[in-house]
Design a protein around this ligand. Structure first.
Ligand SMILES: Cc1ncc(COP(=O)(O)O)c(C=O)c1O
Length: 341
């Protein structure tokens, strides 16, 4: 098939069954590998949706400029789209970004600004956010994609990603949350069309999205020190919190024993999905894998880096124990309004 543009390669990602004895007997775990997008992450979908809407409305034009604060993947996608549609891209990053990502942005011609000041939570997300606001008041014609609160983020997943999964033979969809865009966009569609499919949100221990105190954590892309407008609690059935150690150990097993190399948030959704299958009557679950481990060869796939960060890998038996002992909950705000299921 000959396609017109690299943007036609976004979406329609493959789904692979995981054959592993951590999957309970008689049950199925499927992985939707969103690293089969042009920049190897789910964020190609999000960025394309936001850019397309902004261009359709005339808010972003060739020769104009788009700005965003990103921990990594969204910036790559936006930078690629800047090259395709001929607008300038300014990306705000922080010191957690990997050096190869910076080269990636530059390869597409994007401009970069790094914030270095820690915010009051000990992370950088709020500092980046504050800097975007400053730049927007300095350059009012700039388009801020605002993946955190722009409703067109979940909308693109409602319109596209959800349609790729809703007819699969699944009892649950398990996804990582940061902006909440991809999981809650899909979740809204699922709740409209097939409400019997459970929507399970996973977050990393240390993130404050679901009301826990914020503490810095290692894996990238997932979690936040606050909750965005795009995290729609009404479409989430249950939440699962897993640690850096559990997520990274799962990543290493997936790579070494299955040839599936995922990013830390991919490990997080897989360990959460395994736990959900263990703790529920669900016969099958679909884990959305947001990105590839290629992004983290110098981090979670590097034993010296793990030593430096004080992470010891769990072996299969220890991981099985962690899966067995994991607790599921509903978002605390919903305790009063939703019955436990
Ligand atoms: C690797 C990775 N995992 C998970 C997420 C969370 O996705 P969302 O922002 O749609 O909640 C992101 C988003 O940046 C990501 O890059």
């Amino acid at each position: 098939m000959i396609l017109d543009s690299i943007t036609d390669c976004i979406g329609n990602t493959p789904v692979v069954a995981l054959e592993d004895n951590l999957v309970p007997v008689g049950k199925k775990l499927f992985l939707k590998l969103d690293y089969f997008n042009p920049n190897f992450s789910v964020k190609d979908r999000t960025a394309f949706g936001l850019v397309k809407k902004a261009m359709d409305r005339g808010e972003l034009k060739p020769g104009g400029m788009a700005i965003e604060s990103t921990s990594g993947n969204f910036g790559k996608s936006l930078a690629m789209l800047g090259a395709v549609y001929k607008f300038r891209v300014l990306i705000l990053v922080d010191p957690k970004v990997s050096p190869s990502l910076l080269k990636w942005y530059k390869a597409y011609g994007a401009e970069i600004e790094m914030v270095t000041e820690l915010d009051e939570d000990g992370g950088y997300q709020k500092t980046r956010y504050k800097r975007v606001k400053e730049l927007m008041s300095q350059y009012p014609d700039t388009y801020w994609t605002d993946q955190y609160d722009n409703p067109n983020n979940p909308s693109i997943h409602f319109e596209t990603t959800a349609k790729e999964i809703v007819d699969l033979p699944i009892d649950a969809v398990v996804g990582a949350v940061s902006t909440g865009g991809h999981l809650c966009g899909m979740g809204r569609f699922i709740k409209e069309k097939k409400p019997e499919i459970k929507v399970i949100a996973c977050d990393v221990k240390g993130s404050a999205i679901f009301g826990h105190p914020f503490n810095p954590y290692l894996i990238n892309g997932v979690g936040l020190s606050w909750r965005t407008e795009n995290t729609d609690l009404s479409v989430i059935d249950q939440i699962c919190i897993a640690s850096d150690q559990e997520a990274i150990s799962t990543c290493r097993i997936l790579a070494k024993e299955h040839g599936i190399m995922v990013g830390g948030s991919g490990g997080l959704v897989v360990v959460s999905a395994l736990s959900f299958l263990n703790h529920s009557n669900a016969k099958s679950a679909l884990a959305i894998i947001p990105d590839t481990g290629i992004n983290y060869l110098d981090q979670i796939y590097d034993d010296e880096w793990l030593d430096l960060k004080g992470i010891s890998l769990l072996d299969r038996r220890e991981l099985k124990d962690a899966i067995d002992n994991k607790k599921f909950d509903i978002p605390y705000e919903l305790h009063l309004s939703k019955s436990w299921s």
